[in-house]
Design a protein around this ligand. Structure first.
Ligand code: FES
Length: 148
């Protein structure tokens, strides 16, 4: 009888440890996922005027580049379409430090390992004037949120 109880408790503790390990793994996995894969697909990135004119601004928290000019704003993913590294701005577009893919300023692949263009997202203004990026809605690279 005592042996059966010990066996039962041993099995129970093994199951509880497995469940705790699985939950810890899921939690860690969610932390390392790029922003685009997280549950909350609509993210606030600030007010339009917080982005300098005629330039791409990197929003590191969400791995996005925001471009603002007198016509409005656009937002493109900073996740390389090859294997998911974070791209960097280059003189004539974007470059991936991992395997050398290059993209022009429209996010189109011009060289390297990537086959797919960068993803542009719909942008809108919330009731409080903040910009919201909808990561569920990809748009063409010429999509622009007019600010005037
Ligand atoms: Fe960007 Fe491979 S992950 S080129």
């Amino acid at each position: 009888m005592v042996n059966r109880r010990r066996t039962f408790l041993r099995h129970l503790s093994l199951i509880l440890a497995s469940v705790a390990g699985f939950l810890a793994f899921i939690s860690l996995f969610r932390q390392v996922l790029p922003a685009g894969y997280r549950k909350d697909k609509r993210i606030k990135i600030g007010r339009p005027t917080s982005f300098p004119l005629n330039d791409f601004t990197y929003v590191s928290e969400h791995k996005l580049f925001v471009y603002r000019d007198h016509g409005g704003l656009r937002v493109v993913s900073a996740i390389c379409t090859h294997l998911g590294c974070v791209i960097e701005k280059s003189d004539n577009g974007f470059q991936c430090p991992c395997h050398g893919s290059c993209f022009n300023e429209k996010g189109e692949v011009i060289s390297g390992a990537a086959f797919k263009d960068l993803t542009w997202y719909r942008l809108y203004k919330d009731y409080d004037g903040q910009l919201v990026v909808d990561l569920d809605e990809a748009v063409d690279s010429d999509y622009i949120l007019a600010t005037n």
